[in-house]
Design a protein around this ligand. Structure first.
Ligand code: HEC
Ligand code: HEC
Length: 126
């Protein structure tokens, strides 16, 4: 019995290795498609901290699994609002602070979310 199960497990692994589903393409409309995973993670962490929110502020909860988020999904309207803000921030940096031509404007943070938000999702008027 043990032998049978062991063999089965190996066959299963072999098939999984050959037929591994292709990595799903990212659903990015503002950030560059070739952004490294690590860079994406750290940017998302920066957004969350700057706004004082959790990932679920912009990302859709998976139905039936409230602890899981579907990061590719666009059904949470706040994600599109955030895209507009990311575009604006890139634009500000590119137009007014893009002195270092070796740095990609998407990654410049002279003006960042934090500059305005200071840990709040809706920055209050001064
Ligand atoms: C302020 C809103 C906001 C917050 C908070 C946020 N995200 Fe995002 N996230 C976005 C937006 C907007 C995009 C899509 C960017 C684009 O279109 O270029 C995105 C994209 C992603 C993607 C890429 C999904 C894909 O298409 O493959 C991942 C992964 C992700 N976020 C993870 C996280 C994690 C983890 C957190 C919490 C630490 C987080 N996000 C917090 C707005 C946010
Ligand atoms: C130049 C200042 C400024 C910068 C930079 C900025 N924001 Fe905002 N953001 C605001 C203001 C002001 C509001 C509130 C608008 C309102 O109350 O309607 C806001 C609102 C938001 C909202 C709430 C939805 C909405 O559209 O009202 C989100 C989400 C957001 N910002 C995300 C971001 C992210 C992510 C970044 C960085 C990529 C960023 N913001 C950078 C000023 C800024």
């Amino acid at each position: 019995m043990t032998v049978f199960f062991t063999c089965f497990a190996f066959v299963g692994l072999g098939v999984a290795a050959i037929k591994a589903p292709p990595v799903q393409e990212r659903n990015l409309k503002v950030l560059p498609m070739d952004i490294p995973d690590q860079k994406l993670d750290s940017l998302m962490e920066t957004y969350s901290q700057a706004l004082g929110v959790k990932c679920s502020f912009c990302h859709t909860k998976v139905t039936g699994f409230p602890d899981s988020l579907d990061f590719r999904s666009d059904t949470e309207p706040m994600k599109e609002n955030a895209r507009e803000m990311i575009r604006m921030t890139i634009q500000i940096n590119k137009t007014h602070f893009y002195f270092d031509k070796n740095t990609r404007p998407e990654y410049l943070h002279t003006v960042s979310c934090r500059t305005c938000h200071r840990g709040q999702p809706f920055p209050p008027e001064y």
